[in-house]
Design a protein around this ligand. Structure first.
Ligand code: BEZ
Ligand code: FE
Length: 292
């Protein structure tokens, strides 16, 4: 087909994908073309603006490396990540809600045992996390794998240190909860922090007068065969950014009660010489999603 114009080009492009063998690939690429063309028409996109978009996406790719994922950050800051998460994990009111994964998880973090400290000297106030994993009926889910990661009290993940290597991992660990689904560990109380702003996503936030802050939180990923893998956060109650999270990840059910205590004997029996916090939180797993 030749002599295409602004009115008939979309159908011509879609037709060019007609022989795509995989029906799902065909559906996605066809829909993407239709929506992109509709966007260009609706906004009457100019060539200069389109080139700015190309430059922005190029810079986003160029910012990515083994530990920096600027495309995930972009998806997170335009709410696409949380939309995809939400539509794939609609759960009962009892189950803990799914939230965005974020870019700071590391595969194979250090394996730790119940009661251990994952802070390893990171700045911040000590916090004892006492958790339990149950099913929707409230029955303990035994021996699940619990993966934990968080920023320090200054708002940085270990991987953001330019000298970071796998020997410098802290504030992250993988545990096995016990036969009652219970797990406790020491860490530090998290604080609100900005998502990385030294790349094109930061420039986009500045240009649109958006702040980059996330309310303080600890990330949890919990797995057990037979259940939908849970990826969630436990946020700090009363954090000023709970209603304006830069990545749209806050769910009311994911706000924890971080309680301050004076020095003394902590619930795990350890003697604390300084004030500390406790967080008690129950995770409720939803059944595995069976795909047709
Ligand atoms: C995080 O909480 O680690 C995070 C999530 C999305 C974007 C940036 C950071
Ligand atoms: Fe985080």
């Amino acid at each position: 087909m030749r002599n295409l114009n602004e009115h008939n080009i979309t159908d011509a492009v879609v037709a060019r994908f007609a022989d795509t063998p995989n029906p799902r690939v065909k559906e996605i690429i066809t829909s993407l073309v239709r929506h992109l063309h509709a966007f260009a028409r609706e906004t009457k996109l100019t060539e200069a603006e389109w080139m700015e978009g190309i430059k922005f996406l190029t810079a986003t790719g160029q910012k990515c490396d083994d530990v920096r994922q600027e495309f995930i950050l972009l998806s997170d800051t335009i709410g696409l990540s949380q939309l995809v998460v939400a539509q794939n994990h609609s759960r009962s009111a009892e189950a803990t809600e799914q939230t965005v994964f974020g870019p700071f998880h590391i595969e194979n973090p250090p394996a730790k045992k119940d009661g251990e400290d994952i802070a390893l000297g990171a700045p911040g106030e000590p916090c004892l996390c006492v958790t339990q994993v149950v099913d929707e009926a409230g029955k303990p889910v035994p021996n699940c794998q619990v993966d934990v990661w968080q920023a320090d009290a200054e708002g940085f993940y270990d991987v953001q240190d330019p000298t970071w290597n796998r020997d410098k991992m802290r504030l992250r660990a993988v545990f096995n909860a016990d036969a009652k689904g219970e797990l406790k560990f020491w860490t530090i109380k998290p604080a609100a922090y900005p998502i990385p702003t030294d790349g094109p996503v930061g420039a986009m936030l500045t240009m649109t007068k958006r702040h980059p802050m996330r309310p303080g939180h600890i990330h949890f990923a919990i797995q057990k065969p037979g259940y939908d893998p849970l990826i969630t956060h436990v946020f700090i109650d009363n954090d000023p950014y709970l209603d304006s999270d830069a990545v749209f990840g806050v769910r009311s059910s994911c706000i924890g009660d971080y309680v301050r205590h004076e020095a003394g004997t902590a619930p795990d029996g350890s003697k604390r010489t300084q004030p500390y916090y406790t967080l008690n939180y129950k995770f409720v797993l939803a059944p595995e999603i069976k795909h047709a």
